[in-house]
Design a protein. Structure first.
Length: 305
């Protein structure tokens, strides 16, 4: 069952096309990764979903309601965490959490306390004293304390240390177990790969690839390290071979996954002594799409656009 459906979403700012016929569909109980480099259009898409921006063209539905005209009703069922959280400076973290939770009609005190402890937040401090990481914790605790149907998380771990990122991932898995849906926008590929059932890759306002991780992996390369009794001949002539180099441990190369069978058959003729393979990652796929284009930041540094 589809909770969120975006069809041919186009958003223009004057003559600039920020989003060009974007299509997304998030089903019940699904964690959907929405990835791309900074400036690709992730946050613009999310602002349209939340009814903050009006689409220039296309159809944007959440719970079968229009994102722009039914925004107030939609917000009752959505929890949102931005990548850069601004809070009321004179309220404490605990007061802000309570305010957001009450707005969504939830009142699960034990869940709130459990999350405050997990995220190691002091809820008695004024928000103006919080670091970026602590402001992010307030937003995450408020979202995860709420009984929403859809969680829209836009670069949610921005400013968190690795331990807190781990807690965040555990909370997302909890939501999945409860049958909740999550749209996770990120440029931290390892985070998306751990959490998501499906992925859409956006580049310069256009979706360039979408599917489950298994469906996308056929487009990626597997890293192989092999040591053989005899030197391997004519390896470079095989289809799907990349970055062949001699190392102290043996011959290292990358192979397109759909060519793996014929490559393995070829090298087995030379007497395999040792072989290691590293499975293709989302990062491999991501970089393949950006080869020969602009340099991309996939390290986890920087803000979202």
């Amino acid at each position: 069952m589809s909770l969120l459906k975006v069809t041919n979403l186009t958003k223009k700012f004057g003559t600039f096309t920020a989003l060009d016929k974007v299509n997304l569909e998030v089903n019940k109980g699904e964690i959907y990764g929405f990835i791309g480099p900074n400036g690709a259009g992730k946050s613009t898409t999310i602002r349209v979903l939340l009814g903050i921006l009006k689409a220039t063209d296309g159809d944007v539905k959440l719970f079968d309601k229009d994102a722009w005209s039914d925004a107030v009703e939609i917000h009752r069922r959505v929890a949102y965490v931005p990548g850069d959280v601004n809070l009321w400076p004179n309220l404490t973290g605990g007061e802000v959490i309570d305010l957001f939770v009450k707005l969504r009609g939830s009142n699960n005190k034990s869940r709130r306390e459990e999350l405050i402890k997990k995220f190691d937040l002091d809820p008695t401090k004024k928000c103006r004293t919080y670091s970026k990481g602590n402001r992010q914790k307030v937003a995450l605790i408020a979202a995860f304390s709420s009984d929403a149907d859809l969680y829209i998380l836009d670069e949610p771990t921005s400013g968190l240390d690795p331990l807190m990122e781990q807690i965040f991932q555990e909370c997302v898995f909890d939501l999945k177990r409860q049958g909740k849906s999550v749209l996770l926008s990120s440029h931290i590929l390892s985070e998306v790969e751990k959490l998501c059932d499906k992925v859409a890759i956006i580049r310069e306002g256009t979706i360039i690839e979408t599917g489950t991780l298994n469906e996308l992996r056929h487009l990626t390369r597997t890293q192989i390290l092999v040591d053989t009794k005899q030197p391997i001949e004519k390896l470079a002539e095989l289809k799907g071979m990349h970055e062949i180099e001699e190392t102290e441990q043996g011959l290292s190369f990358q192979v397109d996954t759909d060519q793996m069978d014929q490559v393995m058959r070829h090298i087995s003729q030379f007497g395999i002594v040792k072989i290691e393979s590293a499975p293709p990652t989302l990062e491999d796929l991501f970089m393949r799409h950006y080869e020969g284009t602009e340099k991309v930041d996939v390290s986890g540094a920087g803000g979202a656009q």
